[in-house]
Design a protein around this ligand. Structure first.
Ligand code: SAH
Ligand code: SF4
Ligand code: F3S
Length: 449
């Protein structure tokens, strides 16, 4: 049955949808696919939930506060739904694949109309049709572990595009919910990936971000990701980035391709999680502090000016302050351009949920703050090197804080603000860096590339 047409037939007039997206770039991309399906069904998009006929919550389960945010906003729009009974509310994404959240939605949020999992986006028209016909809460149960192609993407940005290369994760890091809610690793075909990259390029896109929880195991691992990178580079798209790379899997062949190809950006996100080999073992990361440092040396030997970023978890069960100081030691040695840091949040059903803490929450917070101070100084020092340098910046749009300024990113992914107008949007411009801060740079435009 053609559910897209069936939905159009029973819902009259022009309709609006609002999509809330939480979590990572994979979820951003899923929301763009949801937007594509909604647009096929005749929905326009709105930012104003009060005007929406269809509201989607594309959720994240990575930490407790991600879930709290969703329930907070859901609770706050209950009265909108009560006034507007025809409004349909759908909840999807990673929370929708957790049994306890499904139960909570059935019991406490029974006014949520449709619940569907991360790998059921293609089923949305059928689920909506079922809901409109039955007027009952629809909870989609049958998730598969396939790759579903052919879903149109309605992208948020014309300039930068996320392109998934694989879904799911097999690594089962002991703290992480992703393998449970996203299923096992499966890769898209190279043909489908390249088709999407070329289409984006023809649409004016300048930067591609290849997406996967562990891109280095694309196509089963080995040199497959390095070959894919070469072929994506051959399309001639201006800039290529990728994330995430698991340190245990990143290979020399990938780094060589990065070093050889001008259109693969000289920046790499390589999540460390902890600098203590003891904690890394408890996290099931399958590498040691020394192994990580050796990888970084290998990477810097090919690409000396690489910009490295990482993720750190502070307060993992069993982490003492001396263990935590091992992380500071690695930060001092690697000198990352930026870190994303999180306090450990126990996730239901993961092995780390049951592991015991050895230090208090206060001590964890103190360590966390200490790490931020330590890293901010390094980030500032690394940015200071760029003072007076000329950098190529891909202009993304107007600065949010000052409309005389445009904002964009260097190849190393640093934010640069510079005086300019909207005609520069999507252009790669040469900018001389005049001021540096910890999180962004300011510059003067010197010309188009
Ligand atoms: N696939 C990516 C990470 C995806 S999750 C990788 O392997 O690096 C993004 C980040 O969230 C992780 O790198 C980790 O630092 C953090 N994270 C995951 N689970 C967490 C938890 N239970 N508590 C705190 N941070 C967590
Ligand atoms: Fe989570 Fe580890 Fe998989 Fe990353 S590699 S998604 S941290 S289980
Ligand atoms: Fe969150 Fe799911 Fe991404 S748990 S971080 S949205 S894979």
């Amino acid at each position: 049955m053609d559910y897209i047409k069936a939905v159009q037939d029973i819902s009259h007039g022009s309709k609006l949808a609002k999509i809330y997206t939480f979590g990572c770039q994979q979820n951003e991309n899923d929301s763009e696919r949801i937007a594509g399906i909604l647009s096929d069904m005749g929905y326009g998009l709105t930012d104003d939930v009060n005007r929406a006929d269809f509201v989607v919550f594309n959720t994240c389960a990575i930490r407790e506060n991600a879930e709290k945010k969703v329930y907070g906003i859901l609770g706050s729009i209950k009265h909108v739904k009560e006034m507007k009974r025809e409004m349909i509310i759908a909840l999807c994404g990673c929370m929708a694949n957790e049994e306890h959240n499904r139960e909570k939605i059935k019991k406490t949020f029974n006014w949520v109309d449709i619940v569907f999992g991360t790998n059921s986006i293609h089923r949305l028209p059928g689920l909506l049709y079922e809901r409109l016909q039955s007027k009952k809460q629809i909870i989609s149960e049958d998730e598969d572990n396939q790759v579903h192609e052919g879903i149109k993407t309605k992208r948020q940005s014309k300039i930068r595009a996320g392109v998934p290369i694989m879904y799911g994760c097999n690594n089962f890091c002991s703290y992480c919910i992703v393998p449970y809610v996203r299923g096992r690793e499966r890769s898209r075909s190279e043909e489908d990936i390249l088709k999407e990259v070329v289409e984006a390029k023809h649409g004016g896109c300048k930067e591609i971000m290849l997406l996967g929880q562990n891109v280095n195991s694309y196509g089963g691992g080995g040199d497959n990701f390095a070959r894919l990178l070469e072929h994506v580079s051959d399309t001639g798209i201006e800039r290529i980035r990728f994330m995430t790379s698991h340190p245990k899997d990143i290979s020399e062949s990938v780094i060589k391709v990065m070093a050889e190809r001008d259109n693969i950006c000289n920046s790499l996100h390589l999540p460390l999680q902890s600098g203590s080999s003891k904690i890394l073992k408890a996290m099931n990361r399958k590498y040691t502090k020394e192994w990580y440092l050796e990888k970084v040396d290998m990477i810097k030997s090919y690409i000396p000016d690489i910009a490295l970023t990482t993720d750190i978890i502070v307060g993992f069960p069993g982490e003492t302050t001396p263990d935590f100081e091992e992380t500071l030691d690695v930060l001092g040695k690697v000198r990352f351009d930026m870190i994303y840091s999180f306090i450990f949040s126990p996730r239901k059903g993961t092995p780390a949920e049951k592991m015991e803490d050895v230090i208090s929450d206060e001590e964890k917070k103190r360590n966390f703050e200490r790490m931020l101070d330590f890293q901010n100084e390094i980030s500032l020092q690394k940015n200071l090197v760029l003072k007076d340098a000329e950098e190529y910046v891909l202009t993304e749009g107007e600065s949010k804080t000052n409309s005389d300024f445009m904002t964009g990113r260097t190849e190393s992914n640093k934010i640069v603000n510079f005086k300019g107008d909207k005609s520069l949007e999507g252009e790669i411009v040469k900018v001389k860096i005049t001021e540096v801060g910890t999180f962004s740079l300011t510059g003067e435009i010197k010309g188009l590339r």
